[in-house]
Design a protein around this ligand. Sequence first.
Ligand code: DX5
Ligand code: ZN
Length: 225
Amino acid sequence: MKSKNFLIAGSILSADLLNLEQDVKQALDEGVDVIHFDVMDYHFVPNMTFGPAFLKAMRQKFPKAIFDVHLMVSPCSENIVDDYAKAGANWISFHPEACVHTERMLTHIQELGLKAGVALNPSTPPQLLRYLWDKLDFVLVMTVNPGFGGQKTIPATLTKVADVKAMAKEANKDILVEVDGGVKDSNIKEIASFGADIFVVGSAFFGASDKKAALKSLHQALNDE
Ligand code: DX5
Ligand code: ZN
């Protein structure tokens, strides 16, 4: 089952790390649209995760999957982007707080032939987007503070989704908004009503004992009239 105009991005942060190949295969077989990699450095966020060699190994196993790399690293450099691009990323987002030249970084990602996104922390205002539309393919709105899976969506972040959509519309730009943090079947419909296009789902999919049923219930909630 798929939901028209919406994409589900499964965050492997909540997957079974010792059985990742099976977990990702199942996700793709069941119809998860995108695989989301949360890259953490113990500096920008208080946690540590996946390096480029890990992404490369996944790419070898899943040559056709869309890999969405969310860089929570500081400083975020062009070298880091290059390493993840070479390893097989399709989309790369980074946090502007971690990067001195945001526009230059977006340009660099696009020049590598990838989709470029800015990730906004819950307390980061979206106004900088006004100066970046030409270099942006998507905006990742964090609906929790980055660093961990399984947290609760911060309600105040949802109006930012609507703000970003309205700003993009005003600028006549077709930008996808990805929401990341605490998305589950009980709130996905409400989050969609603020204008989100892509839903990162970690614990509510990879953390579920029955992943097939979990994905079905996310789609059912989204399609609920
Ligand atoms: C948090 C990460 C998220 C996280 C989402 O820093 O960016 O992608 O894995 O996990 P859930 O869906 O469990 O909130
Ligand atoms: Zn993420």
